[in-house]
Design a protein around this ligand. Structure first.
Ligand SMILES: N[C@@H](CCC(=O)N[C@@H](CS)C(=O)NCC(=O)O)C(=O)O
Length: 202
C-alpha cells in the first residue's frame, strides 16, 4: 500500500491506524506549500485534490473512515473494529460525526473559499469557528465513557478523534474546557503507534 499524506492534516488518522496495524506501506508526502494536491499528477491519484489517499492492490481509496476501515479489516489481529453490530454502529456514528461535522467546522477557518466568494464571508466563517468547534466537541465530551472514543475498546475512531481534537487549540478552543477529550489526547500521545506516525509525518 501507498499512503499519500501531508503534515498537519487529517491524514494523520490513517497513518496512526497503519502503524497500529503494523501494516506494510510506503508513505508519500504531498507538498501543500507547492499546492501539489491541485496538480495533475496528484489529481490522477485523487481527483478530489485532498489527502489522504491510499493506493491498494485493488484500487485507490479516499475518505478517512473508508481508509481506516479497510486497513483495520485487513489486519484483524490489531483488533481495531468492534465485534458487535451495536459497537460497530457507535464507532461509525463517531467517524461520521467527525468527518461530516467536526472536520467541516474546523475547515471554515482556512477553507472558506469552498463555500463563499467574498472576504467578508470568510471573516464571518472564521469568527464562528471557536463556537462551532467547541459545541461539536462538547457533544463528544458528553458521550465519552472512556478510556477510548467508544468505550473500553481502542478502535479506529480513536485515531480520528485524536487527529481532529489536536486542532482544537489552534481553532480557539481551550482543551481544559473539555477534560475527557484532553485526557484522551494525552492517552493517545503515549501510544507507540501514535509516536511512530508523528515521526513519519515529520
Ligand atoms: N472527507 C475527507 C477530507 C479530506 C480533506 O479535506 N483533507 C484536507 C486536509 S485536512 C486536504 O487535503 N485539503 C487540501 C485542500 O483543501 O487543498 C476525509 O475525511 O478524508
Amino acid at each position: 500500500m501507498k499512503l499519500f499524506f501531508a503534515p498537519g492534516t487529517i491524514s494523520l488518522a490513517t497513518l496512526i491506524v497503519l502503524c497500529e496495524a503494523d501494516a506494510d506501506f510506503e508513505p508519500i508526502a504531498v507538498n501543500f506549500a507547492n499546492q501539489d494536491q491541485t496538480k495533475p499528477e496528484y489529481l490522477a491519484v485523487n481527483p478530489k485534490g485532498r489527502v489522504p489517499a491510499l493506493v491498494t492492490k485493488q484500487g485507490i481509496l479516499t475518505e478517512t473512515p473508508a481508509l481506516m476501515t479497510y486497513i483495520a479489516e485487513n489486519h484483524p489481529a490489531a483488533n481495531l473494529i468492534p465485534d458487535t453490530a451495536y459497537e460497530r454502529a457507535k464507532m461509525n456514528e463517531m467517524l461520521s460525526y467527525l468527518a461530516s461535522t467536526v472536520h467541516i467546522n474546523h475547515a471554515h477557518k482556512m477553507r472558506g473559499h469552498r463555500w463563499a466568494n467574498n472576504q467578508s464571508s470568510f471573516e464571518d466563517m472564521r469568527a464562528k469557528v471557536p463556537e462551532t468547534v467547541f459545541n461539536s466537541f462538547s457533544l463528544i465530551e458528553e458521550s465519552l465513557t472512556g478510556p477510548w472514543a467508544i468505550g473500553t475498546q481502542y478502535t479506529i475512531a480513536d485515531a480520528h478523534l485524536f487527529t481532529i481534537a489536536n486542532w482544537m487549540q489552534a481553532d480557539g478552543v481551550d482543551p481544559s474546557r473539555l477534560p475527557k477529550i484532553a485526557a484522551h489526547i494525552a492517552r493517545m500521545r503515549d501510544r507507540p503507534a501514535v509516536k511512530k506516525a508523528h515521526e513519519i509525518m515529520g
